[in-house]
Design a protein around this ligand. Structure first.
Ligand SMILES: [Zn+2]
Length: 174
């Protein structure tokens, strides 16, 4: 079962709002590499366990590193790179887009009806990543509260269309 992201992130209404975005993107600090010890030994290089740490992204996503990984791991790392690190920014992979795309991926899984435990299972299958279900749950709760706030603000401002969009997004996450 795979839920690799498509091009229509459920989070697009969440992300343009910078202060909100920074609190939500913090979930990406809590995404870890499942087989970290194995990777360190295959690459003969140490790097943080956190998947989105700058040093991890640097080590994992150069061709020389990849060649030293076993096939199964290489496939997952390539999928991750393809799905989350495909932008052309000069500062990539440190441009914030990989984190944004990962947040979209989590919201897609939720919109598909998965709970925190199932989301953690799927990210393990898709990319050999894990998180604590409690952290995923807080992230989803925060996302719903954020959408509620957007909805109320838009209502007050008479922005019917935005309020409606926020409401639809929120309902997808419940
Ligand atoms: Zn970018």
């Amino acid at each position: 079962m795979s839920f690799r992201p498509d091009q229509s992130p459920a989070s697009e209404i969440l992300l343009p709002n910078r202060p909100v975005r920074s609190s939500i993107v913090a979930i990406t600090d809590k995404i870890y590499i499942k087989n970290h010890r194995q990777l360190v030994s295959q690459l003969e290089r140490s790097f943080p366990k956190s998947a989105f740490a700058g040093a991890t992204l640097d080590v994992l996503f150069n061709g020389e590193s990849l060649a030293n990984l076993d096939d199964a791991t290489q496939d997952r790392v390539l999928d991750f790179a393809e799905d989350f690190m495909d932008c052309d920014c000069e500062s990539a992979p440190h441009c914030g887009h990989p984190e944004e795309k990962f947040v979209s991926y989590l919201l897609e899984l939720r919109a598909a009806g998965l709970g925190p435990d199932a989301i953690v299972d799927v990210m393990g299958d898709d990319y050999m990543l894990y998180a604590y279900p409690g952290d995923v749950l807080s992230f989803l709760d925060n996302s719903v509260r954020t959408l509620e706030a957007i909805e109320s603000l838009a209502d007050v401002d008479g922005e019917r269309e935005i309020a409606k969009q926020a409401q639809n997004r929120r309902e997808q996450l419940l």
